[in-house]
Design a protein around this ligand. Structure first.
Ligand SMILES: Cc1cc2nc3c(=O)[nH]c(=O)nc-3n(C[C@H](O)[C@H](O)[C@H](O)COP(=O)(O)O)c2cc1C
Length: 405
């Protein structure tokens, strides 16, 4: 071995030694390996309120940010999703861990105010909100500043929620067309500003945030105007879903358009949302886009443990194996118990049919299971189909088809 070979050998052994120490040759997903493969990405812009740490190979990650005085750590929110993110779902998220801020489904301010005035009742959409653990973000919708102000103030001061979020993004015809609310209001940034200002005043010091889409159509993208209106009116954070209202859920979320919104925000955090399906994608979005945090919707319904996986990656840990089918089935049954306790068996089964379909996604035999669970009517039927058909085709510890490797 000549001198040159010896120095090459020395360099190679040193690299091998450090790579091994960083776990590059162990099985499972490793942050160091991931970053080496994905190259060292540069953060385009760092939000003022972000807290950073250096991973062991020098990549800077976002680990928390603030909404008003509330620290969101990890910087990952579960999205509001009507019909899904009720108390039972939120409770499952808390048990699994990893969500920096949990959101309710959107609640109609008008329905709440009318019900309250009539008989002191609270809408089912606010199930659990008074008592459940904090932090908690409650989303409300309407187009009337007074009504939103009334409910916002109540949620902030009587319910003592952590954040009141205003929905300016919902494209569903019942909200956007028939009620001239949600994404309909994106056409009118001044109106958005007026609403944010009044609700923020009524809720102070509880922060008020807004969730928007890019605009109504691709030709009329105006998220930056709306963002300026929200910040100027005292909004404490802005979430942007990277689709237009016209798109509904078709196509893909445009994160470059989301990124453009960061240019106009002076001091409040931007939260990016849309199409994050895996923990790796979540890290990639946090790393490569000028967002302080990310929000995850549908993937958190299919795989509520995704938040735990993201938190593990952010801490520089290996991702733990996802729950086995048996554990997933137990989660589904706990979810069922909570829903039935609140709504009774008949309504509970109705709600849980779709939830069970989401839990089973990707498991062996899921299609048959979905077919059968979608038709059950009674609690006994529900429990029997879950017991007999939830992942019966696979070995007990078989993982979902989309592991983190
Ligand atoms: C069934 C369903 C219900 C939703 N309900 C709400 C809602 O109540 N409020 C809201 O702001 N967005 C709602 N959204 C939009 C989500 O919060 C999120 O912006 C969207 O799903 C994109 O994120 P994702 O790709 O991570 O799912 C809903 C979406 C779906 C599919």
């Amino acid at each position: 071995m000549n001198k040159f070979d010896r120095s090459r050998f020395g360099l190679f052994s040193t690299l091998w030694f450090f790579a091994k120490r960083m776990g590059a040759f162990t099985s499972g997903f490793d942050l160091a390996e991931y970053y080496r493969r994905e190259k060292f990405a540069t953060l385009r812009r760092e939000s003022l309120s972000n807290v950073f740490f250096k991973s062991r190979i020098g990549v800077v990650l976002k680990t928390s940010f603030k909404i008003g005085n509330l620290v969101v750590s990890p910087p990952v929110l579960s999205a509001p999703m009507a019909g899904y993110t009720n108390y039972a779902h939120r409770e499952m998220l808390r048990r699994l861990g990893g969500v920096g801020l949990i959101s309710t489904e959107m609640a109609s301010a008008r329905a709440f105010v009318c019900m309250g005035r009539r008989d002191g009742e609270e809408p089912a959409r606010l199930w659990g909100v008074r008592e459940e653990p904090r932090p908690l973000l409650v989303q409300i919708w309407d187009n009337c500043p007074e009504t939103l102000e009334e409910l916002g103030g109540k949620l902030a001061h009587e319910f003592r929620v952590s954040v009141v979020d205003l929905n300016f993004g919902c494209p569903a015809p019942a909200i956007a067309k028939r009620s001239a609310s949600g994404s309909f209001l994106l056409r009118y940034p001044e109106k958005v500003g007026e609403i944010v200002e009044r609700v923020a005043r009524a809720c102070a010091p509880v922060p008020v945030t807004a969730k928007i889409r890019l605009g109504i159509t691709r030709d009329t993208i105006n998220a930056r105007d709306v963002a300026e209106a929200v910040e100027g009116a005292g909004g404490a954070a802005l979430t942007v879903h990277g689709r237009t209202a016209r798109q509904m859920y078709s196509g893909v979320a445009d994160w470059d358009e989301i990124a453009k919104v960061a240019d106009v925000l002076k001091s409040i955090p931007l939260i990016g949302n849309g199409d994050i399906k895996t923990a790796r994608e979540a890290i990639e979005r946090l790393e490569n886009y000028p967002v302080a945090g990310i929000m995850i919707g549908r993937a958190g319904i299919d795989r509520p443990w995704i938040f735990r996986e993201i938190a593990q990656l952010l801490r520089g840990e290996k991702v733990a194996p996802e729950p086995s089918p048996r554990q997933q089935r137990d989660l589904l049954l706990s979810h069922y118990d909570l829903v039935v306790e609140r709504f009774g068996v008949e309504l509970g089964v109705k709600q849980m049919r779709k939830v069970a379909c989401h839990y089973s996604k990707g498991l062996p035999g899921a299609r048959t299971f979905r077919d059968h669970i979608g038709r059950v009517k009674t609690g006994e039927e529900f429990l029997r189909v879950v017991a007999e058909e939830y992942c019966v085709d696979g070995p007990e510890d078989e993982r979902l088809s989309e592991p983190n490797s």
